[in-house]
Every structure is written in structure tokens, then in C-alpha cells.
Design a binder for this molecule. Structure first.
Ligand code: 4IA
Length: 399
């Protein structure tokens, strides 16, 4: 191996509660340290700048997902659940399940859902406003709306849906190291995993939802019948907490940026851009790992074969090398190119579903609420992977 530049080293713990409460100072430190940083505490490499994060996401040949996209290296450690056929796989194995989900979650499906989801959003906002003008937007809107529309769209029955968020919360913690957040979820893992698995069976799913369409793809031979339940599981893992926290992010952004809320009210067509800007600004999915498939050189540093690299999506999304005034939430910016949904072959297959949820909810809210402002300090929910709010107290002025 040729001599390479010394790697800047940091002993920061990205998964400590102090950092989870406010990761932004650490992001800046890591970006400034260099294109590649060695995290001594985890014996892991890290990319925190936009250019390297995006390049690694695109380069699936050198930066593999098949050894897991969390801290655990599946070359040496047993995964806590059977690996995802999409997220934790490389081509060619990744491709058939991906094609199936791309179609199931594609434009045709969304055209069918838009009208219903708009009506659901209006009904939810009306019900919340009927209760009062001061409320906690985290549970009342961000938590409630995805749970109202998404499980129906998948086709799972009503009972047990209260398990979805705790299952997702644990799954996203489990991408991190085995810290207290993972230990907190451990007692319920068996029960929650069994419940989710039971909902992925053909018989458990309604006949015209995303779940049934995944099974229909298996009937057509596009994936094997053994793959179908795991593809349904991907929807139930990746599709709930992410949208809840993405919607929280955009609601918190508007509560703290009244002038941006006025822009949205004047031009409701900005709802989609607003959601993408909030995904850039907040990055509900903060981090993901990849694994080097050989000795890979990046920025004069060799990341050795088989080693994990922690990619800070959130930091890339606020890298001043890529974004003007990155810390400002601004609807006049073009947020496209952000890596909040990932990038490359694994880029979020459900992003259009997420955008439709956010768009219908924001549109309903913008038509009914003139002002939205903080009614108390918001409170974070800590998760090893997700940037989340437990509570966003707001006061609104109905039109
Ligand atoms: C899966 C990246 C995150 C949103 C995600 C989590 C789980 C899965 C996919 C994506 O289980 O397939």
C-alpha cells in the first residue's frame, strides 16, 4: 500500500445523548477536520462533507450495503433481524425487490391516493382545531397523519398499529452502536418483530394495498414468494417513523419561521419544496454506514477493506461548500440534490409517498391556519439514526 496522508482523528461520540440533542457543532467539527475523519471511539471512518458523502452513496461498488448500513458489520456480527432485501443488499440481489417497490410506490399508486389523503388531512386538521388552538404538533399532526393514512395504504388491519412506531424506533436505534438506546428497545424486540412479521403475510393484508401488490409481483415471478414478506417489512420499517419525523421537522420549521409560513400561505404550491427543504435542513435520517469493499482511497486517505464508514447525511445537507447559508430554512432555495433521502441506487424508494403525505397535510393546514407559533419549548426525542421531536407545542390562529 502506498503511503497516505495522516487521517484526522476525532474521539467524538456521534451517538451520545449530548450530540443527539444538538449534533450541529459536531458536524461542523468533522467537516472542518477533513474529507475523511477517523472516529477512534468506534474504530470507524466518517465522511461529513457533501462531496464525499454523495460520491460514496453513488459508488455502491466501493461502498457496499450488504454488510449492513448500521454500525454492526455483517461480515463478523449477526444482524438483529434478517437483513432487508433492499437496504442491506447490493446489486444484483438488490435489484428485483427494488424494481417491485419502485412500481408499487410509483406515480399510478400516488394518483389513486391523493384525493383520499387530502380529505384525510383536512379532517385531521379540522378535528385538531376543533379541540383548541394550542396543541402539541408532534403527536397531534406529525404522529397522527402518517399513522392515519400509511398503514391503510399498505393494507394492514387496524389492530396492533400502535406497535409500528416502537418497532421503527428500535430499528433505527439498531443502526447505531449497542448503546443505552438499543438496550432500552431490547425487551420488546421479539414481540414487535413477531407482530410485524405476522402483518407481512399474504393473508394478513387487504386486497388492494401496497402489500397485496408486492405479493402479486411474487405471483408474476418478479420476486420469489419467500422475498415478499421481507419487502412488505421494508415498508413497515422505513415508512412510518421517517414520515412522522419529516413532518415534525417541517412543522417545527414553519413554527419558528413565520415569514416562510406566510410565503406558503400565499403560494400553497410551495408545499412540496417546503418539505424537501425541511428534509435538507433537519435530515430526519441523520446517518448511514457503508462498508469498503477493498482499500478505497478518498481525499488522500485509504479506507481499508472491510471497514465501516459513517456517512453524515445531515452534515452534508448543511455543508457550506455546497449550500449558501445552509442553516437557513428558506423556501426560495432549490433544495434538490440534498442527500436526506440518500442518493444513487438506494435513494428512498418511498420518497414520493412521503412527499404526498407532507404536501396534503401542509396544504390542509395552510388553508386553515393564518399563523403558527411556538407555545413553549420543543423537546427532542433521541434516536441513534433519526433526528426527531417528542414535543412541539404550538399556538395557531385559524383563518
Ligand atoms: C428496510 C433508511 C431507512 C429509511 C430504511 C430503513 C429500513 C429499510 C429501508 C430503509 O427495512 O428495508
Amino acid at each position: 500500500m502506498t503511503a497516505t496522508a495522516a487521517v484526522p482523528t476525532s474521539d467524538v461520540d456521534p451517538f451520545s445523548h449530548e450530540v443527539l440533542e444538538d449534533p450541529l457543532p459536531m458536524h461542523e467539527q468533522l467537516r472542518e477536520a477533513g474529507p475523511v475523519v477517523y472516529l477512534s471511539r468506534y474504530d470507524t471512518y466518517a465522511f461529513a462533507r457533501y462531496e464525499e458523502v454523495r460520491a460514496a452513496l453513488v459508488d455502491w461498488q466501493d461502498f457496499s450495503s450488504a454488510a449492513g448500513v448500521g454500525h454492526a458489520n455483517f461480515r463478523y456480527e449477526e444482524p438483529w433481524r434478517p437483513p432487508s432485501l433492499l437496504l442491506e443488499a447490493d446489486p444484483p440481489r438488490h435489484d428485483a425487490p427494488r424494481r417491485v417497490l419502485t412500481k408499487v410506490l410509483g406515480p399510478r399508486a400516488l394518483r389513486r391516493l391523493r384525493e383520499d389523503w387530502s380529505a384525510d388531512a383536512e379532517a385531521l386538521v379540522d378535528a385538531v382545531l376543533a379541540e383548541g388552538t394550542t396543541f402539541d404538533a408532534a403527536p397531534a399532526l406529525a404522529g397522527a397523519f402518517p399513522l392515519r393514512v400509511f398503514p391503510d395504504a399498505v393494507g394492514i388491519p387496524a389492530d396492533g398499529r400502535e406497535n409500528l412506531l416502537p418497532y421503527g424506533d428500535h430499528a433505527f436505534n439498531a443502526f447505531g452502536p449497542a448503546n443505552d438506546l438499543v438496550a432500552k428497545g431490547a425487551p420488546r424486540v421479539a414481540e414487535l418483530s413477531a407482530w410485524v412479521a405476522s402483518r407481512c403475510a399474504r393473508e394478513a393484508l387487504g386486497d388492494d394495498g401496497f402489500g397485496a401488490q408486492i405479493w402479486a409481483a411474487a405471483d408474476r415471478g418478479e420476486i420469489t414468494p419467500a422475498m415478499a414478506p421481507l419487502v412488505v417489512r421494508s415498508l413497515l420499517t422505513a415508512g412510518v417513523d421517517t414520515t412522522v419525523h419529516g413532518i415534525s421537522a417541517v412543522l417545527h420549521a414553519f413554527a419558528t419561521h413565520p415569514e416562510q409560513w406566510q410565503r406558503l400561505r400565499a403560494e400553497p404550491g410551495l408545499a412540496r419544496v417546503a418539505f424537501d427543504e425541511a428534509v435538507r435542513w433537519e435530515s430526519p435520517v441523520q446517518t448511514f454506514f457503508r462498508t469498503a469493499t477493498g482499500d478505497v482511497e478518498v481525499g488522500g486517505v485509504v479506507v481499508p477493506d472491510g471497514r465501516k464508514i459513517l456517512m453524515f447525511l445531515a452534515s452534508a445537507n448543511r455543508d457550506p461548500r455546497r449550500w449558501a447559508d445552509p442553516d437557513v430554512f428558506d423556501l426560495s432555495r432549490d433544495p434538490s440534490g440534498h442527500v436526506g433521502f440518500g442518493f444513487g441506487i438506494h435513494q428512498c424508494v418511498g420518497q414520493h409517498v412521503a412527499r404526498l403525505e407532507a404536501e396534503t397535510l401542509l396544504t390542509a393546514l395552510a388553508a386553515r391556519v393564518e399563523r403558527i407559533e411556538p407555545a413553549g419549548p420543543p423537546r427532542r426525542h433521541h434516536n441513534n439514526t433519526l433526528r426527531a421531536w417528542a414535543s412541539i407545542p404550538v399556538r395557531v390562529t385559524p383563518v
